[in-house]
Design a protein around this ligand. Structure first.
Ligand code: A3P
Length: 346
């Protein structure tokens, strides 16, 4: 009797064990393929590939995704990856700025689209002379692997304000699509300051108050030499870009709205990139603890942006805020006029 019970118990444990291992393997496989969770979709318009979804059976896609994962882990050779059509493509669209505008959130959210593959790191190819000297092949090799009908997007916010960048990007691809995400200029400047301040504090260094940097103590006027102020004069930078690209090649993303209501902003970008609408409310959920929208890839995997995104800003003297807003006002008007997007900033 005791022996029978032991056998029965062993069998039960075996079944439970197999179930647990099976679930674990399934989870590992899912997490391993999280960067491309849905089958690639055909892209319409100028990015259109020649292959249709029908030519990509799901099993083949899963196999390829697995292969990509193995490649990243170093278990597969480049030759094998190339055999399966995976390529490193130059970006078809670049998020050129603006620093602290919400560039990371925009990139991560666009990456929810099955036809978009993000370059995770800021590559700083066009703004860094040393990198630029390494040539376009170096840049391409920094891109993630993707299927030919997908598009690669990278973001390097320093591009927007760096003198040489528009010409360099033009030389690579004169019909590239350019995304600029902006926030109300004074808030953006304070966010910029907060990031620098945090860096100083981390190194136990002291730093000036924002008011001291943003207002020239001699004239009591806005200090246009202060980089955080200069970066927020969006129209000045945009004018340099317009020497190379027509305005139709730019799309302005409202960074303040991306925080509170991301989906409509993302849908506008999908349209601009000629992508079929695939990002839905399901992919975005509000996380009350973070105070921001986070990303949901599927039933298992979701993520919020790192803690360095969404810092608490220091309190700034209201008279300084008023002065800055008054200063930015005419530049903002010009920016709305040029881009055709009115953002109703104060
Ligand atoms: P703050 O830290 O000032 O709040 P960037 O990625 O260009 O550096 O921009 C950072 C800003 O992205 C943050 O500025 C934050 O407000 C904004 N942001 C937009 N959507 C966000 C999201 N879903 N999660 C976290 N930060 C987000």
């Amino acid at each position: 009797m005791l022996f029978k019970q032991q056998v029965w118990l062993r069998q039960k444990l075996l079944v439970l064990g197999s179930l647990a291992v099976g679930s674990l393997l399934y989870l590992v496989a899912r997490v391993g393929s999280l960067d491309r969770l849905q089958p690639v979709c055909p892209i319409e318009g100028r990015f259109g590939g020649t292959r249709s979804q029908a030519e990509f059976p799901l099993r083949a896609l899963q196999f390829k995704r697995g292969l990509l994962h193995e490649f990243r882990k170093g278990n597969t050779s480049k030759e094998q990856v190339h055999l399966h059509d995976l390529v490193q493509q130059l970006p078809k669209a670049i998020i050129i700025g603006v620093r602290k505008g919400g560039t990371r959130a925009l990139l991560e959210m666009l990456n929810l689209h099955p036809a978009v593959v993000k370059a995770s790191q800021e590559i700083h190819f066009f703004d860094n002379d040393e990198n630029y000297a390494k040539g376009i092949e170096w840049y391409r090799k920094k891109m993630p692997f993707s299927y030919p009908q997908q598009i690669t997007i990278e973001k390097s916010p320093a591009y927007f304000i760096t003198e040489e960048v528009p010409e360099r990007i033009y030389r690579m691809n004169s019909s590239i699509k350019l995304l600029i995400i902006v926030r109300e200029p004074t808030t953006r400047a304070i966010s910029d300051y907060t990031q620098v301040l945090e860096g100083k504090e981390r190194k136990n260094k002291t730093y000036y108050k924002f008011e001291k940097l943003a207002i020239d103590p001699n004239t009591c006027e806005v200090n246009t030499k202060y980089k955080a102020v200069r970066t927020s004069i969006y129209t000045k930078h945009l004018e340099r870009w317009l020497k190379y690209f027509p305005i139709e090649q730019f799309h302005v993303v409202d960074g303040d709205r991306l925080i509170t209501e991301p989906l409509p902003e993302l849908q506008l970008v999908e349209k601009f990139l000629n992508l079929p609408p695939r990002i839905s409310q399901y992919n975005l959920y509000f996380n009350a603890t973070r105070g921001f929208y986070c990303l949901r890839f599927n039933i298992i995997f979701n993520k919020c942006l790192a803690g360095s995104k969404g810092r608490i800003h220091p309190e700034v003297d209201p008279s300084v805020i008023t002065k800055l807003r008054k200063f930015f006002h005419p530049f903002n008007q010009k920016f709305y006029q040029i881009t055709g997007r009115t953002l109703n900033w104060p």
